[in-house]
Design a protein around this ligand. Structure first.
Ligand SMILES: [Zn+2]
Length: 312
């Protein structure tokens, strides 16, 4: 199913675990379980809470000790104390992703109808001037963090403060936005455009692909500042491996502005210092799982849960 880019349903995992309970040979159970975990790791697949409950029933027979766990801000499991791994793209994987993203998402026929060819060549010309830049800001997204019913004065002030935050850290900043931003109050707009390299698309263009590609173009260590998740662009990538690489890259390089204080201090939700993926180290397996939100619960407020397992 992974090879055919299909998402296996919960019941498939549950049936697999249920079936393994029929084996009396613990070693065989272990081998088959680990085979599944490796497949989840390689395909970036996260099990549901229901599947984990079924897995726990099996683990009672399998010689694993296990418990639910949370991971702290430093990326350590709060049950066994182990630091979880961060899986970064290697240079070749990154270069391949960048190339395919351009061909399939920017040029690809899904978006072609919405991409203006003149704008695209203007963008390619712009990219030539971005050498050495390492922060790419989604201009309007940052401007709208206090909502979309504010004045241009508020939008431009917020964006100027975020630009200023990075400039003070000696970063070289790019802002992508839309043409109408030029009519913002001149004082703030002058600050933004003199402290950042700016590229503005037509007001109706689909600008996410440009933003993502610009960040990829700036290199493996550049960061992208936006609160949008932008996962929808995954679908335009053909190679399943590139979908996984894209998700992994975005998870590690995306900073979300949560608040800008009146004194100009900018608060961020930083990327996790580890990869949320089934992982193995020494005798331990750590399995992240998805907990369904309670009614009225906001999905991003749910603590991220893991199953911490040790071979005994
Ligand atoms: Zn642990």
């Amino acid at each position: 199913m992974f090879a055919k880019q299909k998402t296996p349903y919960d019941v498939i995992f549950q049936a697999y675990f249920e079936n393994l309970r029929k084996f009396s040979d613990r070693k065989k159970i272990l081998t088959k379980l680990e085979k599944l975990f490796v497949a989840c790791n390689e395909n970036n697949f996260i099990l549901s809470e229901n599947s984990i409950l079924e897995l726990q029933k099996l683990l009672n027979f399998s010689g694993f000790t296990f418990s639910d766990s949370l991971v702290n801000n430093n990326g350590c499991c709060n049950k066994c104390g182990q630091k979880l791994k961060k899986l970064e793209l290697i240079e070749d994987e990154f270069e391949n992703l960048k190339k395919q993203f351009f061909e399939e998402v920017i040029i690809g026929k899904n978006i072609f109808n919405k991409t203006n060819p003149a704008e695209l060549s203007e963008f390619q010309e712009f990219l030539k001037s971005t050498k050495g830049y390492n922060v790419v800001i989604d201009g309007l997204n940052v401007a709208y963090i206090a909502g979309t019913k504010q004045s241009p004065e508020v939008y431009s002030t917020l964006l100027a403060k975020v630009v200023s935050h990075f400039v003070e850290e000696n970063k070289k900043v790019i802002v992508l936005g839309r043409k109408h931003m030029k009519s913002w109050p001149q004082k703030q707009w002058r600050f933004i455009s003199s402290n950042a390299l700016v590229f503005l698309t037509q007001n109706i263009s689909l600008d996410d692909p440009y933003l993502l590609y610009c960040a990829l173009h700036c290199g493996k260590d550049a960061i992208l500042v936006s609160r949008d998740l932008m996962r929808s662009h995954l679908f335009a990538l053909k190679d399943p491996k590139n979908k996984i690489r894209f998700t992994r890259w975005l998870e590690q390089r995306q900073f979300q502005v949560t608040h800008v204080r009146n004194d100009g201090k900018v608060l961020f939700k930083n990327p996790r210092p580890y990869t949320r993926i089934v992982q193995h180290d020494n005798n331990n397996w750590h399995i992240p799982f998805i907990v369904a939100p309670e009614e009225n619960e906001e999905p991003d407020k749910i603590p991220e849960k893991w199953l911490c397992m040790q071979k005994s």
